[in-house]
Structures are given as C-alpha cells and as structure tokens.
Design a protein around this ligand. Sequence first.
Ligand SMILES: [Fe+2]
Length: 400
Amino acid sequence: MIKKIAIEELQPGMEVVRLSSEVWEHLPFLYTEPGPITSDEQVDRIRSEGYLHAFIQTADAEPMEKKLDRLLTERLRTPPTKPRVPFDEEIRVAEVAYKNAIGQARRIIHDVKLGKKVDYEASVETVDNIVDSAVRNPDTLLCLSKLSNYDEYTYAHSINVSTIAVVFGEYLGMSRDELVQLGIAGMLHDLGKTAVPSRIINKRARLTTDEFDIIKRHPQYGHDILKRQEDIPAEILDAVRNHHEKYNGSGYPRQRTKDEIPPFARILSLADVYDALTSDRSYKEAILPNKALAIMYGMREQDFDPLEVQMFIKCLGIFPSGSLVKLNTGFYGLVYESNPSLPLMPKIKIILDEDLHPIPSELVDLAAEQALGKKNLEILECADPASYKLNIRTHLTRRN
Ligand SMILES: [Fe+2]
C-alpha cells in the first residue's frame, strides 16, 4: 500500500515512491526521490532540506484482495480472542468518538457543497478514535449505530457505515492503517450525493427511471470529487466508486462482479445495506437487526460474496448489540455485548417488565447464568423498540 507520511515519520528501511507529477505539483514540499532510505544521515539531510511529506511503499505488500480471502478463511476457523474493555467503561468514550464523527461528516458535506476540499487530516483523526474504540469494545459502536435519529440520517448513515465496516474489519483482523482507510471510505462513501439535485435525493415518491439513473451516478461523482485532491489514497477512491457494485454484476455504476469489486467496497456494501435496513426513515420503519441479517443472508451470491456475508453475520451475532429482546420470563432486555462463541447467549440489561413498565436495570450474562445453572433465562425473540416508544440510548448509557 502506498501511504503519505509527514517527513518527521521518515525512517531508515522505508521505500520512497514517486507518484505522477500531478500529485507532487500540488505538494511543493514533497520529497520525491524514489528508492530505499538507508541511514539516519539520509533522513537528517532530507529533513534539513525543508521537505514536509513523502509517499512510501508500506511493508504490508500483500494485495488486499488476497489478504481479505486469507482473513476470512482464518476467521472461519478461529474466532477472535482479544480481551475487551467492559461495555460500561467504553460506552461513554465511544459516544464521544461517534458524536465527533457525526460532526466531521456534517463538516465534510458542508465543505464539499461550498466547493472546498475534504479535510483529510481531520477525517483521519476522527476515524482513528472510532478504530481505537472498535478495538477496545466493538459492541459499544454497534449499539450507538442502532440509536441514531433519522432526522440526522445523512450524517449518521455515513458514520454508521464507517463504524460497522471498521467493526467487521477489526473482527477479521485487518491492520490499523487498513481500518482507518476503511473507516474513512465509509465516512465518504455517499459524498457523490452532494452532486445529485436535492429534489431527487429528497423525493418521497417513487423515482422515475431517469431520476434513478442520475442517483446511480453518485458513486462515480464521489470518486471524481475526491480525486481532485492529492491526499486521498487510491484504496478510498476505489471503495467509494464501487460501493454499489454487486457480486453478480447487477450493481452500478459499472456492473463489476465478484473479485472485480475492491475488498473495501465489498465491506462497505455489507455495512451500507445493514444500516439502511435497520434504520428508521421518514418513509419506512426499521427492520429488526436479526431479520435484516436473515434478509442479507438471502442476498448471498446476488449482492454479496457468500463467505463474506456469512462472516458479517457471525461478526454481528444473531442478536446484534443494541437489539431489544423479549425473554422467556416476559421481561425485556437490551443486548449490550454479543457472545461470538455462544451467539444465543449474549449479555443483556433487563429494563422492562412484562407490562412494559421500566424496572431498575439488571445486568445478566446469559452464558454465565447457564453455566452456573442459576436461572433458565432464554431469549424468545427480537422486539421493536419503536413499538414501545423506548429510548434505548438512555438505558444503554446510564450506569446501572
Ligand atoms: Fe451509496
């Protein structure tokens, strides 16, 4: 992967690459002498000459296409075993990262509408925090992505796609740099919609064929907007351009199939469809997370690569974090931590009695309860929080 670095980060052992003149003409203080950096003296000399940036070939030379296949196969055999920070400890930190990311998404759209550039450095910083949180406890971000308000859909959707994609990438074992790029691609995936007339974007009635043809150009528009600036990596441009392509070639704008679709775009597509299905919009109600995943499983070999959608479902769990579930006692609980090895037995916070009256919340680890033979608690089904006029956010972020 080619990566832009600040000159302070340059070290012996790195390989500097020279990109086309269009790039370095925009970056007058770019060091462009191609070749390996062999000594500290060489680094000192380059710095003293006043250069500010360089593009380097990172050691991670395995092509992403191959790497994704390898990660999927490895994860199919062995579930992740990383230790996680407890949910209650992480949720407040995650909430700050998530809110900041929404703010950044809003600024990006505002800037692009004014003809300004996307602030890539600020986007990296924002997504860095999302990645940190996903590594510490991915369930917190998944919960937050389920709680967004549909009035803010445009911004929230881009951040949800970003966070869901990062959580899935982290589950698969992608590197930190890859996760940041994937997260930024998620944040920018629908940027091209700023170039589509708002009367079409906001139309509530069914779109005409001509209008839909215009909408279908937004991945290409997004790519073209971002390509104008020199600092957006090619992987992000490719992901944006291909996020509506489908496994069987029925997507748009270029009807790419299977391996022709870049890996980041395939992951964005899973996150995009999952978030769209599970979000409330002014014209449609959200589909419950477990039902959305079942629908997506039915889209394997059409929209999605079969192994990729299978692993996506495994990552999110049968009862994804943020789901409201009905228990065999008649009480209701919120899933706040999935259990990848026993997906039917996540950790839940019981919050409502059988008459839907709020009760002092009780944290229950269904797997631990069963192991101790203490209670015979079971999840009967997912329930729709909207039907109970339930504000899940207050329950999740409140200390017990
Ligand atoms: Fe899109």
